[in-house]
Design a binder for this molecule. Structure first.
Ligand SMILES: NC(=O)c1ccc[n+]([C@@H]2O[C@H](COP(=O)([O-])OP(=O)(O)OC[C@H]3O[C@@H](n4cnc5c(N)ncnc54)[C@H](OP(=O)(O)O)[C@@H]3O)[C@@H](O)[C@H]2O)c1
Length: 308
């Protein structure tokens, strides 16, 4: 299967890979960067049944993880590091490693989905078990956190979001998140979450922070609540099992998601006509500037690269 890539998007992971701070799985020397993209099928091999020329597609993050549980032997097939990625004009993938993109989305919008959106879907709705009427806490305004907030609002759940920036407080409100805590001026945001939930605590935290924030996440959830551990923006955290036990809470690690999850998510996105939050689009020739912009941390949502 040959796919002409029309747009890519960046994730925090892509910064970790180029700085040598990515330890999940071995990186292929000189791998083509980026896991996330969208484009159209331009050629199919003999025996291909899932796709035809012209179909609008996006690759799945872990190419071999189609459904069921993730197995460690699938991990080397993750794009943009362990395997060659999508920052290219054309790529060749197995027909199994693609999903159809939502029909209302541009290629630039769809390029935001494979890592950040699928991770949020898994962390909030699959492993996180978020239900209408539940309360979820999202941390910061990066790709995973904003998709988590959008999916929660989409199903009628309540979102309490943190951000370190006053300007981003307003942007979260524009997105429909009415309860926002500035974690720079209110570092003990867990106390504020308990206040906002009448002392009960949130049902779920989508945890992207790491040190400092994991202990607050445990403090912020309700008795028997859940924490989906997605990232460690502030470095590696230690976990106090006593605090987790005292809440009878559960915690699980998230690795993006399977093709089945991506397809289920796209069906929901299509019904809801959900629009990803894109902060800025760079040209293919401005790739370095796009990386630098993401590293600067001023973004709200996704940073996209237009390829062709
Ligand atoms: N496990 C997985 O499968 C998986 C998948 C995707 C991402 N991740 C991980 O999840 C994390 C988020 O990824 P992303 O791509 O969504 O990130 P991103 O788009 O780069 O967003 C990061 C945002 O988080 C906030 N932030 C930055 N530094 C922080 C810190 N030290 N403590 C708390 N918040 C901070 C900032 O928001 P404000 O300015 O609003 O505060 C920033 O804009 C990363 O650690 C990434 O590696 C893991």
């Amino acid at each position: 299967m040959v796919v002409r890539i029309r747009a890519c998007s960046l994730n925090h992971r892509d910064l970790n890979i180029i700085s040598g701070n990515y330890s999940s799985v071995a990186i292929k020397p000189e791998a083509i960067p980026l896991s996330d993209g969208a484009g159209e099928v331009t050629a199919v091999g003999q025996g291909v049944t899932r796709w035809k020329v012209g179909d609008r597609v996006a690759p799945i993050f872990v190419q071999r993880w189609l459904g069921g549980n993730l197995l460690p032997e699938y991990m080397p097939s993750a794009l943009g590091g362990p395997s060659d990625g999508v920052l290219a004009e054309q790529i060749v993938l197995s027909e199994e490693g693609l999903v159809r993109i939502p029909s209302h989305m541009s290629f630039e919008q769809a390029a935001t989905l494979p890592c950040a959106a699928v991770t949020a879907w898994n962390a909030a709705l699959v492993k996180g078990g978020l239900q209408p009427g539940h309360t979820v806490v999202t941390l910061g305004t990066g790709g995973v956190s904003l998709f988590s907030a959008q999916f929660a609002l989409m199903i009628g759940a309540r979102v309490i979001a943190t951000t370190g920036s006053d300007e981003k407080v307003e942007r979260l409100r524009e997105l429909g998140v009415s309860e926002v805590v500035n974690c720079r001026t209110t570092p003990n945001w867990d106390v504020r979450v308990r206040e906002l939930t009448g002392g009960r605590g949130a049902d779920l935290v989508v945890e992207v922070g790491g040190p400092g924030s994991v202990a607050r996440s445990i403090a912020a959830i309700r008795y028997c609540g859940h924490i989906s551990v997605v990232g460690n923006l502030a470095g590696k955290a230690t976990i106090d099992p006593g605090a987790l036990f005292a809440k009878r809470a559960s915690m699980c690690g998230i690795q993006v998601g399977s093709r089945d999850m991506f397809e289920a998510m796209n069906r929901a996105i299509e019904v809801a006509k959900l629009e990803p939050v894109i902060d800025r689009v760079f040209d293919f020739t401005e790739t370095r500037a796009a990386y630098e912009y993401l590293a600067g941390g001023k973004h709200f949502g996704k940073v996209v690269i237009r390829v062709s």
